[in-house]
Unconditional design. Structure first.
Length: 147
């Protein structure tokens, strides 16, 4: 199951030429991952109150086409795999008007304790939600899961 967040490109997201500055694609993807977890019932505030934080430990992105000022974007997040303390997301950004694929990414996030900043197991309720939504993929050198 994938999650899609609609995002409009504002002037603050662009460079002088009206094209989305590359790092802002990562911000859009972060928002989609956050909203996906919220849709499972896990807000950032509730996770933090339970001593849970997520940190990006690995990111691979590919920029294919530019997004421009006022474009409406569809930012997708899908969980490909999970481990005891990490989640592997496959993400994409498309232009809503023509479904043009603009950017893709694989993002690994690690669950850490808010106080110690050391890895910890995913909360059991979140792990159950994640297990039900995993979309395995073999488009990354045959890798199907994460340990």
């Amino acid at each position: 199951m994938s999650f899609t967040l609609e995002q409009r490109v504002y002037i603050e997201d662009t460079d002088f030429g009206g094209i989305v500055y590359y790092v802002n694609y990562l911000k859009f993807m972060e928002r989609a991952r956050t909203e996906m977890l919220r849709s499972f019932g896990f807000s950032q505030q509730s996770l933090s109150a339970d001593n849970v934080l997520f940190v990006v430990s690995q990111l691979e992105s590919r920029y294919l086409q530019p997004a421009c000022l006022d474009d409406e974007l569809l930012v997708e997040a899908a969980i490909e795999a999970s481990g005891a303390a990490k989640l592997l997301f496959k993400q994409s950004i498309r232009r809503k008007s023509d479904s043009e694929l603009l950017c893709t990414a694989h993002v690994t996030v690690v669950c850490v304790s808010a106080d110690s900043k050391k890895p910890r197991r995913l909360p059991s309720g979140l792990k159950m939600c994640v297990t039900e939504t995993i979309e395995p993929s073999t488009d990354r050198a045959g890798v199907k899961g994460a340990g």
